[in-house]
Design a protein around this ligand. Sequence first.
Ligand SMILES: NC(=O)c1ccc[n+]([C@@H]2O[C@H](COP(=O)([O-])OP(=O)(O)OC[C@H]3O[C@@H](n4cnc5c(N)ncnc54)[C@H](OP(=O)(O)O)[C@@H]3O)[C@@H](O)[C@H]2O)c1
Length: 260
Amino acid sequence: MRPPLEDRVVVISGVGPGLGRGLALRCAAAGADVVLAARTEARLAEVAEEITGLGRRATAVPTDVTDEASCERLVETALNVHGRVDGLVNNAFSIPPLTDLCEADQDAIRAAFEVNVLAALRLTRLFAADLADGAGSVVMINSAVLRHSRRTFGAYKMSKAALLALAQSLSTELGPRGVRVNTVAPGYIWADSLKWYFDHLARERGVPPRQVYDETAATIDLRRLPEPDEIADAVVFLLSPLARAVTGQCLDVNGGEYHH
Ligand SMILES: NC(=O)c1ccc[n+]([C@@H]2O[C@H](COP(=O)([O-])OP(=O)(O)OC[C@H]3O[C@@H](n4cnc5c(N)ncnc54)[C@H](OP(=O)(O)O)[C@@H]3O)[C@@H](O)[C@H]2O)c1
C-alpha cells in the first residue's frame, strides 16, 4: 500500500513541543510535505530539520493565527513553495483561565476564543479555495474536555465546544466542494507538559511519579496514556483518502477514557 499522504501538502497550525510536533512528524512519515506554523521560529526550525531527516520537505512560516495578515502570509508562502495545499490541521490553542466560570475574567475567555475558535475559522476560510482544488481535508484538534463538565474547565470547554460546532458547520458548507472537515479529540497526551505535571503531583503527595501514572491509567480502558504519535496517526487517517467518505465527525482518541 502507498503511504497514506504520499506527495500531499499539509499545513499544521500550532507546532509546539507536544502534539504539534507529533502531527508534523507523523504526516511526514506518511509521505506528506509539511508547512509548519506557530510563533516560535526556533521550534519551527527544529521540527523542520527533523522532517527533512525523514526525506520530506518542510517549510517553517512564523505565524500568529490570531492575526489576519500573518495568516495571509502563511497561505501565500505555502502556495508559493509547494503549489498546492491538501490538508490543514488546526492544532494551535490557548488555555483560558482555569477558574470557575462565574469568576473567570471575560477578556481572558475572549482571548482563548480568538485562538481556539476564530483562528481555526480564519485559516480554514483562507485555505478553502485551494483545499477544494484537491478534495482536501481539514482536521480540528479538540479535547476530551468536550466529554465532561468539571469545575474550572468551563471556559476551556466553551471554546472547544464552539470549535466542534465550527467543524460540523464547515463540513456542511464545504462538503459540496469536496472538502472534508473532521475533529480529533484527545484526552491525556503523554508528552512533556503532562510528565512535568505528574512529577509535580508526585512531589506534592510524596509518591513516585509512576504511581500517579498508574492511578490515572487505571481509569482508562487500555490502561495507558496515549502518546502524541498515536493521536497524530488518527489525524493522518482523517487527512488521507482512507477517510474519503468521513466528514463532520469527531474521533475521540483517548485510550477508552470516555466512550462517545
Ligand atoms: N496537552 C494535552 O494534554 C491536551 C489534551 C487534549 C487536547 N489537547 C489539544 O491538543 C492540541 C495541542 O496541545 P499540546 O499541549 O500538545 O500543544 P503543542 O502542540 O505542543 O503546542 C501548541 C502550540 O500552539 C501554538 N500557539 C498558541 N497560540 C498561537 C498563536 N496565536 N499563533 C500560532 N500558534 C499559536 C504555541 O506555539 P507558539 O507559542 O510558538 O506560537 C504552542 O506551542 C491543542 O489543540 C489542545 O487543545 C491537548
